[in-house]
Design a protein around this ligand. Structure first.
Ligand code: AMP
Length: 213
């Protein structure tokens, strides 16, 4: 089974994709993570895309497609696509690729969260730089202020594109470009909507029930 997790920035796609990997053995393919790895490794591509990501805009389709196509061709099954596709052109390229490789796309899960909540979620999140445990200043603070619950580190990082200004740009891009893929997958009978406003565990349960796993 192959699925896409769709949703605005902050909807919880990454969290839910990680859980699908952990609990059900899916391969989590996140274009955002792949791009951030290029930046961390200071590759030529990483240098080229840093400014685009910091501004909250979309990285060019060909860059994204070259990166993700190899992964799809390699894994073929049990994939959760997180953050891809993000516009109609990417959705069509994905369809073509899946068709050529004879792979199935089984469900497109849209995690729905209202905008005020999205902004709160994104601007409050931070991560332990050592063990990468994720926190939120309001919804999931560390037990002892400034100390990671898991590894005791006092060093935390925030994504550069989680600033208030960039978040607004990212939400604008979602509305202008990404939302157009919703009716596309709806017409194909693949779209499943889940309520992303409830507790993380309940979102996971809705996804699990939707997928029938
Ligand atoms: P994410 O981690 O999915 O929120 O992605 C972070 C940033 O990476 C986005 O704001 C875009 O700048 C870029 N990005 C991730 N996936 C894509 C994609 N499929 N197409 C274009 N840009 C992307």
């Amino acid at each position: 089974m192959n699925i896409i997790l769709l949703g605005a920035p902050g909807a919880g796609k990454g969290t839910q994709a990680s859980r699908l990997r952990e609990f059900y053995g899916f391969v989590h393919l996140s274009t955002g993570e792949l791009l951030r790895a290029e930046i961390a490794d200071k590759t030529e591509l990483g240098r080229h895309i840093q400014g685009i990501i910091d501004a909250g805009f979309l990285v060019p389709d060909d860059v994204i497609f070259n990166m993700i196509a190899q992964k799809i061709e390699y894994h073929r099954d049990q994939m959760v696509l997180d953050g891809f596709p993000r516009n109609m052109s990417q959705a069509q390229s994905l369809d073509d690729l899946m068709g050529q490789l004879g792979l199935s796309l089984d469900h497109v899960v849209l995690i729905e969260v209202d905008e005020t909540q999205l902004i709160k979620r994104i601007t409050g999140r931070f991560t332990c730089s050592k063990c990468l445990t994720g926190y939120h200043q309001e919804f999931k603070p560390t037990q002892v202020a400034g100390v990671c619950d898991m590894c005791g580190s006092k060093d935390f990082i925030r994504r550069r594109d989680d600033s208030k200004e960039t978040v607004m740009a990212r939400l604008g891009v979602f509305k202008k470009e990404t939302e157009s893929v919703v009716p596309y997958y709806e017409a194909k009978g693949l779209l499943r909507r889940v309520d992303g406003m409830v507790h993380i565990d309940d979102v996971t349960k809705q996804i699990k029930d939707t997928l029938g796993i």
